[in-house]
Design a binder for this molecule. Sequence first.
Ligand SMILES: Nc1nc2c(ncn2[C@@H]2O[C@H](COP(=O)(O)OP(=O)(O)OP(=O)(O)O)[C@@H](O)[C@H]2O)c(=O)[nH]1
Ligand SMILES: [Mg+2]
Length: 920
Amino acid sequence: MANKIVLGILAHVDAGKTTLAETMLFHTGMIRQMGRVDHRNTFLDTNEMERARGITIFSKQALLSIGDFEITLLDTPGHADFSAEMERTLQVLDYAILVISASDGVQAHTQTLWKLLHRYEIPTFIFVNKMDLPGGNKESVLSLLKERLGEECVDFSLDHDTSEWQEQIAVCDEAVLEQYMNGKSISDMQTVELISQRKLFPCYFGSALKSDGVCEMILDLGKRLCGKVYPQDFGARIFKISRDEQGNRLTHMKITGGRLNIKKLITYECGQNLMNPRAGEVADEQIEEKVDQIRVYSGVRYEMIQEVEAGGVCAVTGLSHTIPGQGLGMEKEEKHPILEPVLHYAIHLPQGCDALQFMDKLRQLEEEDPQLRIIWSQRYQEIWIQLMGDVQLETLQNMIKSRFGVVVEFGEGAILYKETIECTVIGAGHYEPLRHYAEVHLLVEPDESGSGITVMSSCSEEQLDKNWQKQVMTYLREKELTGVLTGSPVTDMKITLVAGRAHLKHTEGGDFRQAAHRAFRQGLMKTKSILLEPIYEFRIELPTDAVGRAMSDITRMYGQSELLENTQSGAILTGTAPVSTMRGYQKEVTAYTKGQGRLFCNLNGYAPCHNQDEIVKTLGYDPETDFENPSGSVFCAHGAGYVVPWQQVEEMMHTEYAEGKKLYAPIQNTDLPILQNTNPDRHTETVKRKVKDSWSSQKELEEIFERTFGPIKNRSIQTTGGFGHEQNRQVTGNRQESTGRDENKQVHKRTDQKEYLLVDGYNIIFAWEELSSLAALNLDAARQKLMDILCNYQGYRQCILILVFDAYKVKGNIGEKQEYHNIHVVYTKEAETADAYIEKTTHEIAKQNKVVVATSDGMEQMIILGHGATRLSAQGLKEEVIKTNEMIRQDIDEQKTKGKVYLGDHMNETLLNEFNKTQQ
Ligand SMILES: Nc1nc2c(ncn2[C@@H]2O[C@H](COP(=O)(O)OP(=O)(O)OP(=O)(O)O)[C@@H](O)[C@H]2O)c(=O)[nH]1
Ligand SMILES: [Mg+2]
């Protein structure tokens, strides 16, 4: 059994934790002089900001011995803004001392800590501090503890051993009670056991500042602690990342199995952030690194050692990608933290400071506090950061200044909303681009407030192999799923995998991730979502004559209040109110009570938002254009994938979840996606008119071209573009008649010619109204939308489709060619415009192949005509796309009547190789 124990000190702000640690260190002979927080000379509050403010900001450790035990004492911050730092230490504590200030009693934050201690299953002692202050009455505090925290809080401050004391312990456990009733008294060993099982919470009373009751507590702890038995195999739990004064990265961990030596090779998963699972981020890369130094810290000093055994806490250098919360060796699973920021702020950088470069620096801070969740807002072109409150904001501002020498300002903080759902629903997702396959059906149910997300499976293994099921569940657990109302994270729901299907040949790792995500979003789109906002639990201490004012303020803030105490000396008001309305209320309280009132706020989870409609409108989120979180599915036809909007996916699914049929709830919103033309008559009308338009402009352009460069050779003219369809070919044929005798040879040679469509990306985006308005908000989204539209188009028309985006202004850019499902997307290199790329490519391929260029740019059109390509106007392409969508729809209807088949089995695999050949 190890004699090493990790003992944490927890409490609300200013309860006296650091003072208690100082006193304990003094009385166990670890320090010779007792420092004071108020004199800025304590052993543990060593940081400049801590000394200046008189509060603890970072958790720190000190070593001491109690009896035979080697104790690592962890002092934690009490301010609610730093509670994430506190919560991180909970994962490594063997025992905790919960400090309660006699003058403040059991505060809301104390209750939060109590719940956390329960969640992390930490045996706890209670020290009631500040008993030296007036009003410090042991009996009344003890009865308050019993009332608020439980009858298991028992006075251990005196050597009682009376029958009354024994009785109080006996009632904590049935077996012990029975033994006690049979006349056998309770042994010290039994109290040790009850404490370690969290059935008994010993309480001590005193004053840390005056050294009252502290020695007594230390002596008693020696009798009540118990070491743990650890496994032989190496394991460790990381609870903190920090940097020393020289900037060395330190990984703080508790060894939970075997031992750790210097030079030990550690293999761990990199890229997984347990505290902050980011969108789509899943652990996949294994990293192996050597432990360089092992340091054992006490205060700011440390000793370097060769080896540390299970039960010990150390800081290690040499590991570069570790994350708080991560387990090493045999330690794996970890609980996600409960306390989380509810506000986010934009960071305003000084002029000349490059935002993206600065992001890399900020990542260092995020490593140390993963909940900062630093993100780049594409929409606002700003860095956003999540914080718990104003004190953390100020601290961060100082840290940025001292570490990076940059003075940053913060924007007005905004509330972090969440979403949940009102009714149970089933969502279906299918993912089947070329050579991929996965289908997922999820039952999504609303769950209790504060329960978070629970993921499980009830799908049979005959239907879907266990490994695929695991993958779906891992993905849903690790990704931060977002809602469709405002794009905020979702919570309080149970997600059950109820059906799914894989393909023997085509299913690959990421396919189920895609299908699961699409299924989840499809479900959300169908059901009603509820916006949740963070809620404060408050306590206001104020003069009696100000109670009326306070109560009416709370009502105005959409809160609820209750008068807890109302005496001549003052009143206490408690209750709850939204964070959004209560922020900054402290100032008002101070003003109307002339400095006599005090407001204490503590986060109390999320509740339905008091002004949902207003917030939804202000945030202006559109789930249909959130391309990172699609709700539609990808199906396969004629060898290529095409996107089907969420409203239409259900009847196309290959599997069904029979029992839950009625839960594929009625779809309320049946708006068709853009570019889907549902009225055939109107459609034909428009096409006719457009054909005429594009004829005339084509003719005009030819004339300009011929005037400038002479007669055009080797060309075919097309009006509305299109591939592989008779009506289009006819138009082409008619025009070819006029191209002269030489063309006969060409026509003959071209029997095996390929059909190419080159699309000038930005040109089309700005010519199509739907895309240009989207581009104004989010260019990425517009690009993505165009890519998806063209995927569908290609899938049906089977041409070789090259979409070109101009990236010539991007410095140092070497150009890029990507395969996006069934189309090719090219980003031109520095100093090369899309026109130039299209011109060059047309020149190369138009001799042998049929080439159509879709653009609306005048200059480009003239040059490509010279190379023998055909132009398709932006409007013409749009008409083509609409027409193709209609045809796909008809095909789908046909398929439905014929029965479902795996379309992925009939894929045309040669198609994609063509483009690569032309590029060599
Ligand atoms: N009267 C009295 N004051 C105390 C006692 N213990 C601490 N204090 C004072 O209370 C204030 C806060 O003490 P700290 O030890 O910094 O409290 P803390 O819990 O560590 O505070 P944070 O780390 O900021 O959460 C200081 O001014 C201390 O001098 C006590 O027993 N009696
Ligand atoms: Mg402190």
